[in-house]
Each structure stands twice: as C-alpha cells, then as structure tokens.
Ligand binder design. Structure first.
Ligand SMILES: NC(=O)c1ccc[n+]([C@@H]2O[C@H](COP(=O)([O-])OP(=O)(O)OC[C@H]3O[C@@H](n4cnc5c(N)ncnc54)[C@H](OP(=O)(O)O)[C@@H]3O)[C@@H](O)[C@H]2O)c1
Length: 282
C-alpha cells in the first residue's frame, strides 16, 4: 500500500513509519504539507497519489488552543475536513487521529465509541468537530481516538512524561504527579501496530485505540520508575494543584470496543510503558 503520512515527524508519525515499514510511505515535512494551505498540500497529494492518506498532524497544545480557539478549529476541524474532502474526491482512503479529550470525564468506566462526547476544552471541541466533519461524509475513513501518547520520537524538546519522571528521579529531584486523573496512556509503537491492523480490515468508522486499562497518572509514573529499575518516591498531588488554562477530563480512559469486534487487541498500559522503557533504553 502507498501511504501519504501527514505529521510524519511527530511521535505517532515516526512510530507509524517504523511499524508500517512494509508499506511505501511518503512523509512530507510540515513545511511541504502545511494543513493551513490546501493549494500547497493538494499538489503534493496529486503528485504522490497514495492509496491511503494518514493524518497525524494536529494543533494539540491544549492550553494554547484554549486561548486560540479559531486556530484550533482551523487546524483540527476545517483542515481535517479539507483533507477528507480531497481524499474522497480522489478515491483515497483516509485515517485521522482524535482524542480522549472529546469526553467530559464524568464516566466511571472506560468510554466506548458509543458514549456521547461532551468536550470541556477548546481543543476537545475542535477535535470533535474534525471527527464529525469526516464522519458526515460517509466515506472510506477511519477516525481513531487515542489518549496520552508517548513515543520514542517525542517532538517536544523536553521528551515524554515517562522520560521526565525517570530523569527527575535519577537527578534526585522532587516528582509531583496527579493521582486523581485517570486515563489510558498509550505507547505510540503499540498504537501504530493496531492502526496497521485496522487499515487492513477496510472496516471504516470511529474507533478507540489505547493501551488497555484505566490508570492514574500517579500509578503510571510509579510503574515507569519500576520498569526502569529506579526506586524513588513520588508526591501525589490533586489536579486542582496543577494550574492550567484549559480544563481537562478527570477520567478519560478509553475502551477499544470497536477494535475488539475486529479481533484487534492492544497490550495493557503497563506493558506499554515497559516496552517503551526497553525500546528507548531508559
Ligand atoms: N500526544 C498525545 O498525548 C495525544 C493524545 C491524544 C490524541 N493525540 C492526537 O494524536 C495525533 C498525533 O499526536 P503526536 O503526539 O504524534 O503529535 P506531535 O508529536 O506533536 O506531532 C505532530 C506532527 O504534526 C505536524 N504538524 C503540526 N501542525 C501542523 C500543520 N499545521 N500542518 C502540517 N503539519 C503539522 C508536526 O510537524 P512539526 O513538528 O514540524 O510542526 C508533527 O510532525 C494528533 O492528532 C493528536 O491530536 C495525541
């Protein structure tokens, strides 16, 4: 399969490039495929003529989105709709990534694809709008929500949450992690494998794809230290002590119900962090 991968320099994009290595992947840079500029990227699409267009690009700084909702909607919704439109017109399959932040966090068990989204941040609103704009087309598209992605090639210079926790412990610094926020942190390598299995099915639609099992960020940090062989205390704090511009769901674990129906399984959250620590040599 020939794939045009948007956002290929990001942590999920890089994981896809590795996990889908048997496919022919073209991954233009942000500058060569700017979501803001359809004329520029449409020319690339026409030149590459892929079988599948994969969008891993997003404006996903949640706190900046909160004060720049127009830009969040422009990138995460309007531009995603334009990509879907271009793919549909050309008979190209489309896959785009969405987020657990479409939910409000009031659940007490992992959200399935059948649960009603109710975002509480501008970022979540913009990603939900992107989902709906794609799904309304009834085209050959996969919309895949994931959560707390950490990959070997994190784009931010500070690295992933796991990197920071382990580095702080090794440096003897105080580590403070929220213990009342529950999610499904997901290793990009495992997510990339599941996405490849999904596109092999041609079962288009809305999916959740995460490492399995709800876990608090505190317990996740503790497991990261454990698998890295570091014994070090973590201070538990509440989300209220962590000041941020945007509200975040207190509970946003996802259940991979749709993938399960297709016989596609992801490893558990603790296997995810263990694989990451091993693969990164932490
Ligand atoms: N990270 C998470 O915890 C998380 C959780 C849930 C869902 N998601 C979703 O998962 C997807 C992948 O996230 P990620 O963590 O892999 O992100 P990432 O590491 O920040 O990578 C984003 C990629 O998109 C590119 N990009 C950003 N803005 C662009 C634009 N306007 N036009 C073209 N390319 C642009 C970036 O290029 P440059 O770096 O060169 O700008 C980079 O290659 C996103 O849809 C995100 O919303 C992420």
């Amino acid at each position: 399969m020939k794939i045009l991968l948007v956002g290929g320099s990001g942590q999920l994009g890089r994981a896809i490039a590795v996990a889908w290595r048997d496919d022919e992947i073209v991954a233009p840079t942000h500058a060569d495929f700017p979501l803001e500029d359809r004329t520029t990227w449409a020319a690339v699409l026409d030149r590459v003529r892929p079988d599948l267009l994969v969008n891993c690009a997003a404006f996903h700084n949640v706190d900046v989105c909160e004060v720049e909702p127009a830009q969040a909607l422009a990138i995460n919704a309007v531009a995603v709709d334009a990509l879907a439109d271009a793919a549909q017109q050309r008979g190209i399959d489309f896959l785009t990534i969405s987020t657990d932040y479409v939910f409000d966090g009031s659940a007490t068990r992992p959200y399935t694809e059948d649960d009603c989204p109710r975002p509480i941040s501008a970022y979540g609103v913009s990603k939900l709008a992107g989902e709906l704009l794609v799904l309304r087309r009834r085209m050959n598209a996969y919309v895949v929500r994931t959560c707390g992605v950490y990959g070997l090639h994190a784009s931010r210079s500070k690295g992933t949450f796991v990197d920071r926790v382990i580095a702080q412990a090794r440096a003897g610094e105080a580590i403070r992690v929220v213990n009342d926020v529950v999610a499904s942190p997901t290793y990009a390598g495992h997510l990339a494998e599941a996405l490849r299995a999904l596109v092999a099915t041609r079962a288009y639609g809305l999916y959740h794809a995460v490492n399995v099992g709800p876990v608090s960020w505190y317990d996740f940090a503790a497991k990261a230290l454990d698998v890295a062989g570091v014994r070090y205390p973590i201070d538990a704090i509440s989300a209220g002590e962590w000041k941020a511009a945007a509200r975040r769901p207190a509970y946003s674990a996802l259940a991979n119900a749709g993938l399960a129906r297709l016989g596609i399984a992801l490893p558990a959250w603790d296997e995810g962090v263990a694989a990451y620590v091993r693969d990164k040599g932490l």
